[in-house]
Design a protein around this ligand. Structure first.
Ligand SMILES: [Zn+2]
Length: 421
């Protein structure tokens, strides 16, 4: 493993620049004017921002890049599920691998070297998505840390055989138990699904990551499972080990109804993962005016101490025909949609995709810009953390365990009038 010193790194807004020393894949010193006493390679960050790796805490590489095979004309969840189910019947290992691999490569080029992938486990795709991602996890192990969720997109109770398949995928290498309560047909089955998800997770002592409450109708009990999930999390001693994607219904509640729910989410240590691109593309499709933003209310939840980590979810398919696996671009959408305009709020958006996401993935002990943590770092062409998402800057270096895995050399030619004085 190489030794590396990053000089003149902007680590925190308003603080002096620091050097970062890396050895054995870990950060060994952060200080000013570090001595190069072991012939380390040096990078001059030139006062630019150094961040720990971005974290994609919720993404579906197995169903990416399907947008033109069967487009979702209505833009609804129902049509997305129907079209994608048809396409899944035609999947081959090579097809899924080619598309998933592209997501991984794009993510890494965009500074994401830690990922929680959510391959579907259902009657159509069966265990193929997990098999592909287990293969890619090994192939990319030096440049990407991956967790794999066994995600029952088509439900568990209404889809016989899925629970057994999920257990099979755990033996193959899936390390998180997924859930999708909105996919069941009745509330009774929805409750049953939550029970079997917790049972399976407990059996193998694995964390849980569900898709839940994806809609804007708060009168539908199947769209308001969050309290049930939090109650179960506390009852089963699963605090800090449950993450939930979407939860858009929370945005439809009156603030006085929502406040005690936010407190319960915080108490249960459940991470909420808004998926801004999908959430805004799919929700509110039946409205004709005052169309809702269709997202979980990020700022209100933050005030109640809820851990929030946003993510891409889908890249170019029937659920989300957009995306380039760039979490800074997704953050731009989140800060605008959630009206997070102050410098502190804009920095908080960046925390969601770094430190908060690390908490959601249970990796805080090895993650961050501190001595002793893994040297998984990005150096940007930007000197202000509060404006990093606004700038959408070039990433000059992506560093994984102290090794440079991506380097972008900035060569720009421009008319003299465009140059700064
Ligand atoms: Zn998802």
């Amino acid at each position: 493993m190489s030794n590396l010193i990053i000089r003149r790194a902007h680590i925190k807004d308003g603080e002096a620049l620091k050097d970062i020393k890396i050895s054995g894949g870990k950060i060994t010193e952060i200080a000013t004017d570090i001595q190069n006493d072991n012939n380390s390679k040096e990078i001059d960050a030139k006062g630019n921002v150094v961040l720990p790796s971005l974290i994609e805490s919720h993404i579906h590489p197995d169903k990416a890049f399907l947008e033109d095979r069967k487009p979702n004309k209505s833009g609804t969840l129902e049509e997305a599920l129907k079209n994608t189910a048809e396409l899944k019947k035609l999947y081959t290992f090579e097809d899924v691998k080619k598309r998933a691999e592209k997501v991984l490569r794009w993510s890494i080029l965009n500074g994401t070297t830690i990922m929680r992938a959510q391959p579907d486990v259902d009657p159509y795709e069966k265990t193929l998505g997990v098999e592909v991602l287990v293969h890619l996890k090994e192939k990319f192990k030096d440049v990407l840390d991956m967790q794999i969720v066994a995600f029952p997109q088509e439900g568990i109770i209404q889809s016989p055989g899925v629970l057994e398949m999920m257990e099979e995928t755990i033996k193959m290498g899936a390390d998180i138990v997924g859930g999708c309560p909105y996919s069941e047909k009745t509330m009774e089955d929805t409750k049953k699904q939550l029970e079997v998800v917790f049972d399976l997770a407990e059996k193998y002592n694995l964390p849980i990551d569900m898709h839940a409450d994806f809609g804007t109708n708060a009168d539908d009990p199947q769209n308001t499972c969050i309290e049930l999930i939090c109650d179960m999390t506390i009852a089963r001693g699963y605090q800090g080990r449950v993450a939930i994607g979407h939860v858009t219904t929370l945005g439809s509640l009156d603030p006085e109804v929502a406040a005690p729910i936010f407190d319960k989410i915080a108490k249960a240590g459940v991470t909420i993962v808004p998926l801004p691109v999908t959430d805004m593309f799919m929700t509110g499709r039946t409205e004709r005016k005052n169309i809702p933003r269709g997202m979980a209310p990020v700022m209100a939840m933050m005030e109640h101490g809820v851990n929030i980590a946003y993510s891409s979810n889908n890249i170019r398919n029937a659920f989300t025909p957009f995306g380039n696996a760039d979490l800074i671009a997704v953050g731009y959408l989140l800060q605008v949609s959630q009206q997070m305009g102050s410098a502190d709020q804009r920095r908080a958006v960046l925390d969601m995709v770094t430190y908060n996401a690390a908490k959601a993935l249970g990796i805080s002990d090895t993650y961050g810009l501190e001595v002793g943590k893994n040297a998984d770092l990005n150096i940007y062409d930007c000197d202000d953390i509060s404006n990093l998402i606004n700038d959408q800057p070039l990433i000059r270096y992506v560093i994984k365990r102290g090794e440079i895995i991506v380097q972008n050399d900035l060569t720009r030619t421009m008319a003299s009038v465009l140059m700064e004085d």
